[in-house]
Design a protein around this ligand. Structure first.
Ligand code: GLA
Length: 387
């Protein structure tokens, strides 16, 4: 445990917990905004994670969950899914209970206390990690099993329908299907994945701009809408095209002048970004450092100039990351609009990289950033606690 979850559980519930649930964050290494375009994403579950101690609560219908990070409790009625007490983060818990109830399952209550090392609202799927933990815990205490694919789809639905964020499948799939020692290439249409090979001398460093990102009611929905508009233009002549995944750059070039300028820019980015997921896979397989750098660079430039999801902090961070000791390649991560970014770094130079990024970013923005060297982690799972 990374903090005092066990003691806190004892203090709050006057008993010892029966289980731990673990649920990782994720970082995407290529494929920004390709998920809702039915494309590919190279993604990695990371060892920044939620750890939750819990036990079934057989005495009433109220689920009680404590967050060490916020030092607050939320309570949710498991018969209705309504949050009856507590903070804003309870909406994720309530949303998951509601989608499980919608499936016609009998849901039982639990008591839990969790700590998370996934920075909140920074593009590393802190909310998906919590949603995935909650659905796993509900299954454990209520005695039903939902397979990984349906857990991913249901937690995505919880986020779309009850939290009100129109996200794709990337976050929930990554945290639920994560496996230690595996970076995966996710096919967001087929909902399956393959492992990509990984160079021995390189690791991932996540650089947090400390500029929180807010998806709700943000430009995220506008980007989605622009992608759909681009598809609609091409689909007038090509009925089989339903998503930008189906459009190659030649076809796009035939139609781009029929699209509003912004729509064409967004579509171009997605089509190229989707192609870059294949390029990245090859670059990783060959351990071709020059290609890694170039693919990441083109991804960032496209995100900045075509998809327009960068901001001045991200631009400064890109400069800091790209010029730091030990860097191989750098780009955005998550939805953009602030939050975290990702670099590939020589393993034996991580500390120098961190120092350089910290200093340069501070010089450029005045902000003291956080940098995490991360490793792959096992996806959401539960372990019994031996007493
Ligand atoms: C957020 C969303 C994901 C995905 C990414 C961008 O993390 O939750 O579904 O769209 O942005 O790739």
């Amino acid at each position: 445990m990374n903090c005092d979850v066990l003691n806190k559980f004892g203090e709050l519930f006057k008993s010892s917990p029966s289980f731990y649930a673990y649920s990782p964050g994720r970082v995407d290494l290529m494929g920004s905004h390709t998920d809702y375009n039915h494309g590919y994403v190279v993604t990695m579950p990371v060892d920044l994670q939620i750890e939750c101690a819990f036990s079934a609560n057989d005495s009433d219908d109220i689920l009680t969950l404590y967050s060490c990070n916020f030092d607050t409790i939320v309570k949710v009625n498991v018969k209705t899914g309504q949050q009856v007490e507590g903070d804003d983060w309870g909406k994720y818990v309530s949303a998951v209970v509601k989608v499980v109830l919608d499936e016609g399952k009998q849901v039982k209550a639990f008591n839990g206390a969790f700590c998370s090392t996934v920075p909140v609202g920074s593009g590393l799927s802190s909310s998906a990690a919590l949603e995935a933990a909650v659905i796993a815990i509900l299954g454990q205490v209520s005695g039903f099993e939902i397979d990984k694919k349906n857990s991913a789809l249901l937690t995505q639905k919880a986020e779309n329908k009850y939290v009100g964020v129109n996200c794709g499948i990337l976050d929930q799939y990554s945290v639920i299907f994560g496996e230690k020692h595996k970076v995966i290439k996710l096919d967001c249409r087929e909902l399956n994945h393959s492992q990509v090979s990984w160079p021995k001398d390189v690791m991932v460093a996540i650089c947090n701009t400390i500029k929180p990102r807010q998806l709700h009611g943000s430009e995220y929905d506008d980007r989605r809408a622009d992608c759909e508009k681009a598809v609609a233009v091409i689909a007038q002549d090509h009925k089989n095209i339903t998503h930008l995944r189906d459009v190659n750059i030649e076809l796009f070039n035939e139609y781009k002048d029929k699209m509003p300028a912004n729509v064409a820019k967004r579509a171009q980015f997605i089509i190229e970004e989707n192609d870059r997921t294949h390029e990245l896979e090859q670059a990783l397989t060959k351990n071709d450092k020059a290609l890694l750098k170039d693919v990441f660079h083109r991804s960032f430039v496209g995100a900045r100039d075509l998809f327009e999801i960068s901001n001045k902090e991200m631009n400064a961070m890109y400069e800091a990351m790209s010029t730091a000791t030990g860097v191989v390649a750098s780009r955005q991560a998550g939805a953009g609009f602030g939050g975290c970014m990702a670099s590939l770094v020589y393993k034996d130079q991580l500390e120098d990289f961190k120092k350089d990024v910290f200093n340069k970013y501070k010089e450029l923005t005045g902000i003291e950033c956080e940098i995490y060297g991360v490793h792959t982690a096992k996806g959401t799972h539960i372990e019994a606690i031996e007493n």
